[in-house]
Design a protein around this ligand. Structure first.
Ligand SMILES: [Ca+2]
Length: 195
């Protein structure tokens, strides 16, 4: 679902800041796992509806980061295909995304796709948001993805008043091998984007 509209009066603020402009609005509504409605897909289109898609991390239309990389690449997390990226083996390891200057999202859902190869899978995580990439707020608390390789699980995010430019997935439980790797195949965010 796509919609464009002027910024409504009383719309949510980015963290504790106030928008000084009248941004465009893209409503990326979750339809099905792997659909093309998500914010990372839209970023891959250069933030242009109907634009030609290219990997949004490769072209830096989003800026991803990790607490460490053990194997694989950040690009693979948003390449819309099966892949394996491992974070480092550590407590509370995470993958994050920065949407860029002047881009703020009110999230509604996210999808997580397990790594494609056999091996240890993720059991528990949560989604967090931030205005400054330093202080993080829990948007979900205990998200348990289906423990099948290459399979998507979608999670809804409770309605909340603020919009944010930074999001991260943080591991909150052991993987199925009882070790501390954060393994991921794909990630997508949905919601209302001001850009
Ligand atoms: Ca992937």
């Amino acid at each position: 679902m796509l919609a464009f509209a002027p910024l409504p009066m009383g719309c949510p603020s980015p963290g504790n800041k106030t928008l000084q402009m009248s941004p465009r609005i893209y409503v990326g509504a979750y339809s099905s796992d792997g659909d093309t409605n998500g914010i990372f897909y839209f970023a891959g289109q250069g933030y242009v509806v109907g634009g030609t898609w290219a990997n949004p991390q490769t072209n830096q239309n989003i800026v991803m980061a990790a607490s460490g990389i053990g194997s694989g690449t950040l690009d693979s997390i948003v390449n819309r295909d099966s892949s394996d990226t491992f974070d480092n083996n550590a407590l509370n390891n995470w993958f994050s995304v920065y949407l860029g200057v002047g881009r703020y999202l009110i999230p509604s859902h996210y999808t997580f796709r397990q790594r494609s190869s056999g091996g240890d899978l993720m059991t528990l995580m949560k989604l967090q948001s931030s205005s400054d990439n330093l202080n993080w707020t829990d948007l979900t608390t205990a998200d348990a993805p289906t423990q099948t390789a290459d399979v998507f699980t979608s999670f809804s995010v409770a309605a909340q008043p603020n919009m944010y430019s930074y999001f991260r997935l943080i591991r909150t439980g052991p993987d199925t091998g009882a070790s501390g790797f954060f393994c991921i195949g794909e990630w997508e965010l949905y919601g209302t984007l001001f850009y």
